[in-house]
Design a protein around this ligand. Structure first.
Ligand code: UD1
Length: 384
């Protein structure tokens, strides 16, 4: 069997790492039914810190093919990926194209494969925010509609697919593949020194940061969604809250996404962020570095789906800077560690104080057991 798997952007890398390892393990255990695996990187994320670094640190094999698509509007990224990926399929003639997550590469490669009558398998199928203004929701819906094998991370995702009329034999509940990566890397992350992480990743080493004390409370922050960073009216009040109310109380560690940085600069807010002494601006950091900080943080503020899931397993109180989530299993009402606060400062403030009073409560939703990738590979082999 020949499989092409696809990565495009940062959140894909932690999902493909265990999948590639599980294919190697299958090939050693069952040499009579070998899988030929071709890894394609669309190049949507291309900075060393957003992409290449993860290949090294997570032991992902070098991509066999890099489409080098880079930045652009949604249509540009999707269109150029489809054109380039179609050529790859015609040349390689795979039995399956495996896509993960919900980024533009996921959508583009599913459509290109399906139009050439190649079977599509979606890992992390069935997540739904119900919010069609979110580019990722469009990507999820189209990818799932086209997929022949839908591998779901939790029970709610399976219900979503059935409600949309996906036939039962296409749906398989495998668990959360991101948690395979978390479990495989937890010990290594725990050995890192937080002071070294800060020193090695400071965005502005020249900034006069007073020695930040990470032995007490600190907040960890990430933001990149267009709904939070692309409008000044939304971004400015959040920044004011962070610099005016959180930073005087505890250090804030902010590994800043290129989109967020660009927007702060465009809106004339960058100087304000830089001037805040207790706001520590970092480059985008590596997987182990983020995991280490997350293990220790008193609170996470984020709009990332992956971090919501990691907070759930680590028990870090998490304020999700969104009005909805495609990952309800991570919410407090489902036993998780996260609460939706949108981008309204009053709501963020209220939940910030509540979260600081809560204890860490690690949770493990069903099949978030570190063995998901092996289940993905076995379902693919069985579907042959
Ligand atoms: C993308 C994904 C999102 C995912 C996020 C994680 C889609 C629709 N969105 O959003 O689901 O959560 O990645 O990071 O696929 N840039 C760089 N260097 C890079 C990559 C991007 O500077 O290596 C800049 C680009 O110039 C662009 C901006 O960051 O202006 C945003 O990149 P883009 O790929 O459009 O989407 P993300 O916001 O990163």
């Amino acid at each position: 069997m020949k499989i092409i798997s696809v990565v495009g952007a940062r959140p894909n890398f932690m999902k493909i790492a265990p999948f590639a390892k599980a294919i190697s393990a299958h090939n050693s255990a069952d040499p009579d039914r070998p899988i030929e695996h071709i890894l394609v990187h669309t190049g949507q994320h291309y900075d060393v810190r957003m992409s290449e670094g993860f290949f090294h640190s997570l032991g992902i094999p070098d991509p066999d093919i890099n489409l080098e698509i880079g930045s652009g509007s949604h249509a540009e990224q999707v269109g150029q990926t489809m054109i380039a990926f179609e050529k790859v399929i015609l040349q390689e003639k795979p039995d399956w194209v495996v896509v993960v997550g919900d980024v533009n590469a996921t959508l583009a490669c599913s459509v290109a494969a399906k139009k050439l009558c190649v079977k599509v398998c979606h890992i992390e199928a069935g997540l739904r925010s119900g919010d069609m203004t979110m580019p990722e929701e469009v990507n999820r819906l189209v990818t799932d509609r086209l997929s022949d094998l839908l591998l779901t991370p939790d029970a709610i995702s399976g219900h979503n697919l059935r409600a949309e009329g996906v036939s039962e034999e296409k749906i398989r509940f495998v668990g959360n593949i991101m948690i395979d990566t978390l479990e495989a890397n937890r010990d290594k992350a725990a050995q890192l020194s937080m002071e070294d992480i800060l020193r090695e990743n400071l965005l502005l080493p020249e900034k006069e940061t007073p020695a930040v004390d990470l032995s007490g409370d600190f907040a960890l922050l990430t933001m990149h969604r267009p709904s939070n960073v692309d409008q000044k009216e939304v971004l400015e009040p959040i920044l004011n809250f962070l610099t005016g109310e959180v930073a005087p109380r505890m250090p804030i560690i902010w590994p800043i996404h290129p989109r967020a940085r660009k927007m702060l600069e465009n809106f004339g807010l960058w100087e304000k962020a830089v001037a805040c002494a207790n706001l520590v601006l970092l480059h985008p950091i590596g997987y182990h570095e983020m995991l280490r900080l997350n293990m220790q943080a008193s609170i996470m503020l984020t709009d990332s789906g992956g971090l919501q899931e990691e907070c759930c397993v680590l028990g870090t109180p998490c304020l999700t800077l969104r009005w909805n989530t495609e990952r309800p299993v991570t919410l407090k009402e489902h036993g998780g560690a996260s609460v939706l606060v949108g981008n309204n400062v009053e709501r963020i403030r209220e939940e910030f104080h509540t979260a600081l009073e809560s204890d860490r409560m690690p949770q493990r939703p069903e099949l978030w057991d570190g063995l998901t990738a092996a289940r993905c590979v076995s379902w693919l082999v069985d579907s042959e």
